[in-house]
Design a protein around this ligand. Sequence first.
Ligand code: OSB
Ligand code: MG
Length: 368
Amino acid sequence: MNIAQIRLRVICMPLKSPFHTHLGTVTEREGIIVEVMDSDGVSGFGEGVAFSTPWYTEETVKTSLHILSDVLIPLLKKKQINHPEDAAGLFKKIKRNNMAKAGLEMALWDLYAKKNLLSLSSLLGGTRGEVASGVVIAADSLSNSLTQIEKYLEAGYQRFKIKISPRQDYSLLAEIRRQYPELPIMADANSAYTLKDIDSIKALDDFNLLMIEQPLASDDIIEHSLLQKEIRTPICLDESIVSFEDARKAIELGSCKVINIKAGRVGGLYEAKRIHDYCVGRGIEVWCGGMIEFGISRAHNVALASLPGFTVPGDISASNRFWEEDIITPEVTVENGFVTVPKGPGIGYGINEKRLRETTQFEKIITF
Ligand code: OSB
Ligand code: MG
């Protein structure tokens, strides 16, 4: 791959409505857009999905920018790579910083796919023409949760993920279940519980949840395996899985029955695909997670979720779930509960240059 330059942009946009979790409220989103251009002038795009503050993982926009500019891009400058999979090997000696790695690696996948006139989906081994769409309900009250469910049901979403915590769990889910006895719902706790709360977690078995996501701390891998033996609801891990090795260990221990795969959290599409391949055939379901992302990362998610093991509707919502106007064209849309997987080269979406320009707060060009 003949890289000529890399352009890093930090963009910022307000969310259409606040996103509440027990860890805090997100009202605006900063993100890093990575553009890798080759000597023919073809560009591949990736997105660094770290947040402004380290509430979800330890990375931030600033640490990602530092690791990209001062560590990863210099490595790529020194060593010519032939395939995006080589980037994973190159970045291996750098510990963690997975979202920074993924932002760059995903741009290389898009570029490679475009150069070879393949869709990213087919390059990755995708088999689906459309992916099932789910949405997250992250509201601050029961009534706001119910209003959002009504709105997103009308928009066609197939699966609803409700953010919960010990302060808002049983009564919230009970009322949702009372009004929607058949609705495919799950809960995401973002590590709000400890094993001491086992009775309140067990009680959630009443609601026929598809799964409960990350009830305990990210390093509570043994505790999750103890918990799974005590509850009927399948445990899905999110924050606990930042690598293939984490997935292998969690599965061997029986800590989960489902894994939420986010390419950003695990360091890129190569590692995401390895986790997917390992889960398929071991009876572990996977689905594609979301990061309140802009269109570039959303497009990568659509391609990833087209792989055969992604059997559960993911957190793959339309661009208009979060944004007045996204940075890609066309925007990601949900029709009859599905997003169509683009067939064009690479991620299959173009850049909305005007929107990208007006949301850019900082940019930096590194020439090779
Ligand atoms: O825990 O899955 C999570 C968003 C940001 C950080 C962590 C999580 C989320 C979501 C997905 O719940 C929201 C989305 O992008 O659809
Ligand atoms: Mg989660």
